[in-house]
Every structure is written in C-alpha cells, then in structure tokens.
Design a binder for this molecule. Structure first.
Ligand SMILES: C[S@@+](CC[C@H](N)C(=O)[O-])C[C@H]1O[C@@H](n2cnc3c(N)ncnc32)[C@H](O)[C@@H]1O
Length: 414
C-alpha cells in the first residue's frame, strides 16, 4: 500500500520570460485545462497558488469535486483509511484534552477536509462508546462528491440545500450516533460561541502555495503560463519579471539560504483566525500532515494512481499537494496562541498507546488470522519510521490562556 507522503520528488521548473498565448483548443485536453487556457489567454499567467486552487476545488472540473480521490481505487491512501486505530487514537486525544479543560459543553467537533468521512466515523464510535453528549459535528468540505460519501457513512439522515451556484449540496443531518451534523464551505461558517475541537488530517497540504525564486534582481514569483511551443493545450512555469504582491510581502529573512521557497498565506490566515476563535470561544486544533520546519524548497507535486504526477499535466485529473511548513504556521500565531510540535506520527501514536490497543485487538478470538495480520501491518505502516511514521507529523494549537494549565498537565503526545 502506498501513501502520497512516500513519493516526494522534485518538479521540473522550466522557467523563461515569455508571456505568449495560443488560441487553439485541444479535444484531448481535460475540461479544466480548457478553462485555464481561456483564463490565461484573457488575464495572463496564474500564480501557482491560483492554479493549485482551481485544480483542486474548481466546482465543475476540479479534482476533489469530480474524482474518486482516496483509496485503493483512487490516487492515494491516507492513515484513517488504513486502519480504525488511527481514528480511535485521535478520539482518545480529543477527549483527554477536552476533559483536562473541564469538558466544556456544548462541544463542536469540527473536521477540515474529511475525505470519505472515515476518520470522523472512527472518532464518533469512541464518543458513542463513552456516551459523550452535548456534541455537534461540523465538516468543512467544498466538494459535493465528498460530502455525499461523508453523509453516506456518517448519517442516519441528511438534508440537501443550495450553494452559491444554486447547486444542490448536502448541508445538514443527524449522525448515526444521534449528533446534529452540518457541512460548511469555509471554516468561518462554523458557528461561534461554542468550544471547538478541530481536527485537520491531510488538509493543510491541499491549501494553495505560492512559489518564489531568488534571482539577481531579488525574489520573483513563479507563475503558470500556456506553453506556446505545444500544439495541444499544455502549461509551463515562467518567472515573473516584476515583483508580485506575494514576492514583496513574504520575502524570507537574509539568513535563509534557500534559493526557492513555497509560501501558503491561506494556511497562515487560517491559523490566525483559529487562534482568535480559541481565544474568544475556547477550543484547540490537532493537525496531522507531512511537512518540514522551513528548510524544504520545492515540494509541490501531483499524485495519480498512487504515482508521482507532473502537476501541470492534465489539470483536474490528479491530486496536487505541497508539504506543510510548520515553522510558518508557528510564526503566524506567535504571541496569539500556544503551539506544540511538530512531532512524528510514530511518537504521537505510540505515546497515545496504539501498540497496547493493537495487542488488545489481537487477543480477540472473534478476529480471523487474516484480519489480525491486516491490523498489525496497518499499525506498522502508520508508525514505522521508514514508512509513514517519520514523514507524517502532528501539531497542535491551544489558546494562550491555557499556558499555566498545560504547563502542569502537558498536552498528550507532544
Ligand atoms: C487529501 S484529502 C484528505 C481526506 C481525509 N482527511 C483523509 O485523511 O482521508 C483532502 C480533503 O480536503 C478537502 N478539501 C481540499 N481543499 C479544500 C478547501 N479549500 N476547503 C474545504 N475542503 C477542502 C477535499 O475535498 C478532501 O476531502
């Protein structure tokens, strides 16, 4: 079984300085390639962030709204899909941290980018087991296709409403554990005035990154343009001749020796908005993703059919992702909130007792030898340093007001 994080490779940057455009349409191009071709012809090259956003979430032709992304038949596999123990450990972490601050109710259990809904389903099974009440579930998900999978797995009933484009969307319902559940397009739509426990697994890596390169004239932004040398619709990277707002605002410090950087302003803005929410209404964030501490240069890549894929090829047909820069997330909320981590997935899951839970399950006579072998290899896949244990990291954020309390009762797993 493969996971996206195992397949990090450098994308080839073909930079030149022409802004030429072409006027033909290719029958073999993806619907999104045709849309992007038209957009660039009218408005000029796109930032890599605008390109990535269109590819991932364009409502009619983007990757998540149209493709079967996750699972053996999709393009990549994530930890919650490997094994139920992953979600159970996350549930134990949430309940432990929530109880530590007095189990405030009502509690909003929020997930960003819930994929097939498997992680939330495993969390809710644990909540149900401990008979936790006063909970509402909130899923931040743009893709209607994904919302449908989530509703199918999680709900005893779900209702439809219309989005801004007047398309029908899953909007609310009741979970099979009897909690009210609602879907939101954006984190700011999750209701205020209640304590929020927020989980984001492989969500931040899908937020759009800008790419900057150091040149003799200063930092310049890498853009996506149409490849005029090709007969078909093809895209290529070019370097902006002039500074852009992003290259002016996000210039790295002089001590940073990198020649290429990726910057994700929407991740920074999200962290700041959550810090504000936690300060005013209470709550915490648990984030799990692959990432680095501000030392990587070029991690923007595509995945299709469990293989690396050129991000500029057939847009909308493959997943796009970039490693999360944890040092940037920390800097974004400096003095506004407390952050912990990143720690490796191996350390986090082991300190939550995944091996103990595995051993209990392995003693269950109701499970076949094959089921036990699958459970064992799943835990190994998630925790072994050479597999997903080292590359995947956990990171958390709490409001400043809990500083003294968390000094006495440290955050589990960090
Ligand atoms: C890589 S998948 C991760 C799914 C799930 N968390 C898991 O680990 O299996 C990314 C998820 O985020 C959603 N997504 C991506 N960009 C989003 C955005 N800007 N707003 C809301 N959801 C988004 C996708 O539709 C998908 O459900």
């Amino acid at each position: 079984m493969s996971a996206r994080a195992h397949r990090l490779g450098r994308t080839l940057l073909k930079c030149n300085f022409s802004y030429g455009t072409v006027r033909f349409q290719s029958a073999s191009a993806t619907p999104l390639a045709r849309q992007l071709n038209a957009k660039i012809q009218v408005a000029g090259p796109l930032t890599v962030a605008d390109y990535m956003k269109e590819v991932l979430v364009n409502p009619t032709a983007g990757y998540y709204p149209t493709k079967e992304a996750i699972g053996a038949k999709g393009d990549f596999v994530t930890s919650p899909e490997i094994n139920q123990l992953f979600g159970e450990m996350i549930a134990v972490w949430i309940l432990s941290e929530w109880q530590k601050v007095g189990a405030p109710k009502p509690m909003q259990l929020v997930e960003f980018g819930p994929g097939k809904g498997t992680l939330m389903s495993d969390i809710l099974r644990v909540f149900n087991h401990f008979k936790i009440d006063g909970v509402s579930v909130h899923l931040v998900e743009l893709s209607q296709k994904m919302r449908e999978s989530q509703a199918k797995l999680l709900c005893s009933e779900a209702t439809l409403g219309k989005n801004e484009e007047h398309q029908l969307q899953v909007v609310s319902g009741t979970t099979s554990t009897d909690y009210p559940i609602s879907w939101h397009n954006h984190h700011s739509e999750v209701p205020r005035d209640a304590f929020s426990c927020i989980v984001a697994h492989e969500f931040f890596d899908a937020l759009p990154v800008h790419k900057l390169r150091k040149t003799a004239e200063g930092w310049r932004e890498i853009l996506v343009d149409i490849d005029t040398e090709s007969k078909d619709i093809k895209f290529r990277y070019i370097l902006s001749r002039e500074p852009t707002p992003i290259s002016q605002l996000y210039t790295p410090k002089d001590c940073d020796t990198r020649e290429d950087i990726e910057i994700c302003p929407s991740a920074g803005a999200l962290m700041q908005s959550l810090a504000q929410r936690f300060e005013e209404d209470g709550g915490f964030l648990l984030l799990a993703d692959y990432g680095h501490d501000g030392d990587k240069t070029d991690t923007f890549r595509g995945f299709s059919d469990h293989q690396l894929h050129d991000p500029l090829l057939n847009p909308g047909s493959a997943d796009l992702t970039a490693d999360v820069d944890f040092s940037y997330l920390k800097r974004s909320v400096e003095e506004k909130a407390l952050t912990f981590g990143p720690v490796t997935q191996e350390k986090f899951l082991n300190s939550l007792g995944i091996q103990v839970r595995l051993n209990i399950l392995l003693q269950n006579d109701g499970l076949s030898a094959e089921q036990k072998a699958i459970l064992k290899s799943g835990v190994e896949m998630m925790t072994d340093a050479s597999k997903m244990g080292e590359r995947f990291k956990f990171f958390s954020m709490f409001p400043n007001v809990l500083g003294e309390h968390l000094g006495k009762y440290p955050v589990l797993g960090f």
